[in-house]
Design a binder for this molecule. Structure first.
Ligand code: FES
Ligand SMILES: [Fe+2]
Length: 410
């Protein structure tokens, strides 16, 4: 117990010795084979906080986490806030134009620094006015000189920073000092969306949909399996029928390729009230790319849909096993954002998304309730759920590697 209470803020204390991990991982293996004979994950893995603690250590503390798009902070001093599980962060563009990921926790007594978005030269804590520069260095601490020199205080009380990287304009951070490579697991996906030039698109301000009361993994499943679209979204999804879905082959060494394109019945389709793009389509797309949407999960927390006139993305930000926030954003070319009609048209695009999303939310909450029942079954996957064993393979590899590293399995 003392170990748990005295754990440093840098290393969360988790003891998994009581979990029979070998049995759990063997059970997950049944969900991570060929889609023809795989079954859903054990239901408890969607609602157990204990399992979420394990996932936090095995995945969220180890992997690259997407925090937003670089165009949200184009200028020196720009920043935005984001919370990854229990860690409030500031993603900051410094005077040197480098992007840094800093803890937003004042190192004096924990007050949070910064607003949701802003531009500043100094991060000043409202509580006792300690101040930090954009690299996280402590620059002033009123009255503290009576106890300790500022230079010494700076050594131990500057803001912790995380590793940060960029893929296709998306910013990623990692809590681990030795993060796994990111781009090598996204080779095929990068190629698939190359003509969207997502690094040159500009992000609209993000919106947080708080308190989504189901499990983050189920959200990915819902977003990336096209089986439900013909039924749950019948009529509204007919322009992008599940008969026009293709799946990618699974490759262990490029295991970020959890995506599928869905073809449209007409060119330049979109998830809008009239099922068509409401903005000019990207002039870099091929004719074939104008007839499809590319859905992709960049695990563990980025989902995007690349449509002919831009990109819609979700960041999944869990608070536990049974609650997460979706941070929603769109990417468009600068020329689209400057259209005089953009502000009048954009709400219709959002309304279109909400139409689909509201149906998904109801289904996800319902399934989350069902999966708590003693009668919940590990059901067989359908042919159009081929992406689900792929998600499970991605997860299982990380669960297993962490369990091995910790000596929890042999
Ligand atoms: S908590 Fe920030 S200055 Fe005291
Ligand atoms: Fe859906």
């Amino acid at each position: 117990m003392a170990a748990e209470l005295l754990a440093s803020s840098e290393s969360h204390y988790f003891d998994f010795a009581d979990l029979d991990l070998q049995s759990v991982l063997d059970a997950i293996q049944q969900s991570a084979g060929d889609v023809r004979d795989s079954i859903a994950l054990p239901p408890k893995l969607y609602n157990s906080e204990r399992w979420f603690d394990f996932e936090r250590a095995a995945i969220w503390d180890k992997e690259w986490i997407c925090v937003g798009h670089a165009s949200l902070i184009p200028n020196a001093g720009d920043y935005f806030s984001i919370t990854v599980i229990d860690d409030p962060l500031l993603i900051v563009r410094g005077e040197d134009h480098k992007v840094r990921a800093l803890s937003a926790v004042c190192q004096h007594r924990g007050h949070l620094l910064g607003d949701a978005v802003g531009n500043t030269k100094h991060l000043i804590c409202p509580f006792h006015s300690w101040s930090y520069d954009l690299t996280g260095k402590l620059t002033s601490a009123p009255e503290m000189g009576a106890h300790i020199k500022l230079a010494d205080l700076r050594e131990s009380h500057s803001l912790p920073s995380l590793k940060a990287t960029e893929w296709n304009g998306f910013l990623f951070v990692c809590f681990s000092d030795s993060p796994p490579p990111l781009s090598s697991r996204l080779v095929r996906l990068s190629e698939e969306v190359r003509n969207h030039h997502m690094d040159q698109l500009i992000a609209t301000p993000t919106v947080d949909w708080e308190d989504q009361m189901w499990n983050w993994k189920f959200m990915h499943e819902n977003a990336i399996e096209p089986y439900h679209t013909a039924y749950l979204h019948q009529k509204v999804h007919d322009f992008a029928p599940s008969t026009k879905v293709t799946f990618a082959e699974w490759l262990d060494d490029d295991d970020g390729a959890i995506y599928h394109p869905t073809g449209f019945n007409h060119v330049d389709g979109n998830f809008t009230p009239n099922f068509k793009c409401m903005f000019p389509v990207l002039d870099t797309l091929t004719d074939d790319e104008r007839k499809r949407v590319m859905f992709a999960c960049v695990m563990p927390n980025l989902f995007f849909a690349a449509v002919p006139d831009g990109v819609l993305y979700y960041l999944l930000l869990p608070k536990g096993a049974n609650n997460f926030t979706i941070r929603v954003g769109f990417l468009y070319p600068e020329s689209t954002l400057q259209l005089p009609t953009f502000d009048a048209t954009f709400p219709s695009v959002v309304a279109g998304l909400e139409l689909f999303n509201n149906q998904d939310v109801e289904a996800n909450i319902s399934a989350h309730t069902g999966l708590k029942s003693r009668f919940a079954r590990r059901g067989r996957y359908a042919p159009k759920e081929e992406t689900l064993p792929q998600l499970n393979k991605w997860l299982l590899k990380r669960y297993r590697s962490f369990a091995l590293e910790q000596g929890l399995i042999s």
